[in-house]
Ligand binder design. Structure first.
Ligand code: KG4
Ligand code: ZN
Length: 481
């Protein structure tokens, strides 16, 4: 917030409150050492909202937050608030605020980010003699335990309130599902039940803490296999409930997106992130740690599924993406021409059903000897078709969105050709390209913890009714929220 923003700030204030601050009051804030002041600006430069807080040595005070009426309900206020709260978390500070009890939307918004009502200030508002509700958001009293069980990996991680990873443990169920050739949901749920306690215990051991030291618990609540999700959600809620800790519900896709800033603290927003895994393939615009917009996605199979099905046709291991990748390294990518899905479409979407069908017919028409002799060439050509589609649509999106950062996440980001091509092509186009380490690409709980720290925080006991949800849209953390 600068002096030249004050005219806009004063008019937003006047349109928002019965007892607006005067221009002198804002002017004083500008010169105040302890003041936190930021404005939300539209791409054209128009100031549409602002936040004012005070960073007192013993507590931070949220004093004023307003968004211009025409721009409300689009998340601008939430973003201003989230930046302030993240700074408070990083500084280990509590935050207090006063709000009119009649302002139910504001009370609900603050409740969703970890504030709870602690007192009433009688006759605080001089216009109506209304009381003020005093709300407090406690600092996290210790590290966050994060749990991920959305598919076939049982994972737990421990992160500090600042987002540093102290431990991350993943128990893969690949060996269990290999004999069925795919993830069997009921088998996955049972395996999660069997492993959950040991995985949590091991994460705590590696982090050097016990349940009594934790400050919060997070879990993936969706999207994913419902039975699998339930195991993680119930475990997390039980631990949180037993210590009366706050609970962070996390959308699995937000977790994949958070792997990017877990890997590269300097990565600049806005960015375009390609999320490519066994279950999802999407291009997402990420404006900040909690503002996401879906640009395009697969119309049929996920990229990981295409790799896995290809591996199966080639008689490779399970799930197969990695094995196909390794075999492809030894082959000639120009040997066979596979169709590149939606190549000529201007939409940033994907389709992998054509390439898969082409592989089926190619192998069907080969003799057993040919299939053996040409396996590496087939794998290399097949991989090239999938990766070409991913890279070209990712670059197209980054260009259209005019971002400077391009990132990739999800298990398919382990693919060696995808990593190389994305780096080459992205840097060739002048983009900063973030390719997280493999451990943060495939499903893990560290990324869930990172996403938790910028998402909703529910105080004890408000989260006891939160349930797992098999389908959750981008931006949601519970069905319809
Ligand atoms: O993100 P992830 O661990 O789980 C899901 O949320 O799906 O992704 C797993 C997917 C599997 O389809 C696996 O075959 C694929 O990522 N994958 C690979 C590679 N490593 C793992 N695909 C291509 N090349 C790889 N090197
Ligand atoms: Zn995943």
């Amino acid at each position: 917030m600068r002096a030249e923003d004050l005219a806009a700030v004063v008019s937003i204030e006047a349109a928002s409150f019965n007892l607006p601050w005067t221009e002198e009051m804002f002017r004083e804030e500008l010169s105040h050492d302890l003041s936190w002041r930021e404005v939300a600006v539209e791409p054209g430069g128009e100031v549409i909202g602002f936040i004012i807080g005070r960073r007192y040595p013993d507590v931070w005070h949220l004093m004023d937050l307003a968004v211009a009426p025409a721009h409300r309900r689009r998340g601008a206020g939430g973003r201003l608030l989230a930046r302030f709260l993240r700074a408070a978390d990083a500084a280990g500070m509590e935050v207090v605020l006063e709000v009119r009890p009649g302002n139910e939307a504001a009370v609900a918004m603050y409740g969703g980010v970890g504030f709870r009502s602690i007192a009433t200030r009688r006759g605080y508002y001089s216009d109506t003699q209304e009381d003020a509700v005093v709300m407090l958001r406690e600092r996290l009293s210790g590290p966050v335990l994060a749990i991920e069980t959305s598919c076939d990996d049982t994972a737990a991680a421990v992160l500090t309130a600042e987002g540093d990873v102290l431990a991350s443990v993943v128990h893969s169920q690949d060996a269990i599902h290999a004999r069925y050739g795919g993830v069997v949901p009921e088998v996955a749920s049972r395996a999660h039940v069997e492993r959950m306690t040991a995985v949590v215990r091991e994460a705590l051991r590696q982090a050097g803490c016990g349940i009594a030291d934790l400050g919060a618990v997070a879990a993936t609540v969706g999207p994913g296999l419902i039975g699998a999700l339930l195991v993680g959600v119930q475990t997390a809620k039980t631990i949180a409930w037993s210590r009366r800790l706050p609970f962070f519900p996390v959308n699995h896709i937000h977790g994949h997106l958070a792997a990017v800033w877990l890997a590269d603290q300097q990565a600049l927003f806005p960015m375009v992130t390609l999320v490519a895994s066994g279950g999802h393939t999407a291009l997402i615009r990420v404006d900040d740690r909690r503002t996401f917009r879906l640009l395009g996605q697969t119309l049929d199979d996920a990229a990981g599924e295409a790799f896995d099905k290809g591996a199966r046709l080639l008689g490779l291991g399970y799930p197969g993406g990695r094995e196909l990748d390794e075999l492809a390294e030894k082959g000639d990518p120009g040997a066979f021409a596979f169709p590149i899905g939606l190549k000529r479409s201007p939409r940033p979407d994907f389709s992998f059903s054509g390439v898969k069908t082409a592989l089926y017919y190619l192998l069907r028409d080969m003799t057993a000897e040919e299939r053996m002799a040409r396996a590496a060439d087939v794998a290399a050509s097949y991989r090239k078709a999938i990766v070409t589609a991913l890279v070209s649509k990712a670059l197209l999106s980054a260009e259209r969105e005019k971002v400077k950062t391009l990132a990739v996440a999800g298990g398919v980001a382990a693919n060696s050709l995808l990593r190389r091509r994305l780096l080459e092509a992205g840097e060739g186009a002048g983009l900063h390209v973030v390719v997280p380490p493999l451990a943060y690409c495939t499903d893990n709980a560290a990324m869930i913890g990172a996403a938790a720290l910028s998402g909703p925080r529910l105080q004890y006991p408000t989260y006891l009714g939160i349930d797992a949800a098999a389908s959750l849209a981008l931006g949601e953390w519970s069905s319809g929220a």
